[in-house]
Design a protein around this ligand. Structure first.
Ligand SMILES: C[S@@+](CC[C@H](N)C(=O)[O-])C[C@H]1O[C@@H](n2cnc3c(N)ncnc32)[C@H](O)[C@@H]1O
Length: 183
């Protein structure tokens, strides 16, 4: 799958570094890390990254990619959003400088995930929900339209979801994160 997905532009990594004032002393959790497309470039700029994903095959590919890049500061953990209490017990409160969720939030329980994440994060840090532009199935190209037709026939309804890149979803998420942080 990683072979067919865009990685993240360097500007995304720069924005995360700047927004959370990340340095080489910081630890970042990448929840739903997949094959490490976000975790690996972040790892180059911080002390350590914990990549968490429920799919062993994803983690296998992530480990392979890390090894090919010579990256040695990522811990790959099998787990899901529901395992955040265990991660909190392991790392301790306010020990994590940023939690990133790259195109994976749609798999998680939105009501619980921010509640579980906020205590982990140090002051000045934060949770970043990262999307990567218009998803392949909504783009205006022949290939994308063919994919959309096929998926819509499969699901039996029109496809409009954009994995969190649309304005409504972004506004809702910002509201949830702010509400949890203010508790
Ligand atoms: C579209 S991929 C994104 C992977 C990676 N973050 C990236 O940006 O390249 C979504 C990932 O979310 C993971 N995932 C699915 N359910 C999850 C859950 N409940 N908690 C955490 N991750 C989950 C999937 O296994 C998959 O690797």
């Amino acid at each position: 799958m990683a072979d067919f997905r865009r990685g993240y532009p360097q500007a995304v990594i720069d924005s995360l570094m700047e927004a959370f004032e990340l340095t080489e002393d910081d630890t970042v959790v990448d929840l739903g890390c997949g094959t490490g497309q976000l975790a690996l470039p972040i790892a180059e700029r911080v002390r350590a990254v914990v990549g968490v994903d429920p799919e062993p095959d994803m983690l296998l590919r992530a480990r392979r990619a890390a090894s090919e890049r010579g990256t040695t500061n990522v811990s790959w953990m099998i787990g899901a959003d529901t395992d955040l209490p265990a991660l909190r017990a392991l790392l301790g409160d306010r020990t994590v400088s940023a939690v990133t969720i790259g195109q994976a939030l749609h798999w998680m329980n939105h009501d619980e995930v921010f509640r579980a994440l906020v205590p982990l994060v140090r002051p000045g840090g934060g949770v970043a929900v990262v999307a990567n532009g218009t998803p392949l199935w909504l783009q205006d190209t022949a290939w994308s339209r063919a994919l959309r037709d096929c998926l819509e026939r499969w699901w039996g309804h029109r496809l409009t979801h954009a994995c969190g890149t649309d304005d409504d979803t972004v506004t809702t998420l910002i509201g949830r994160i702010r509400a949890e942080s203010a508790r």
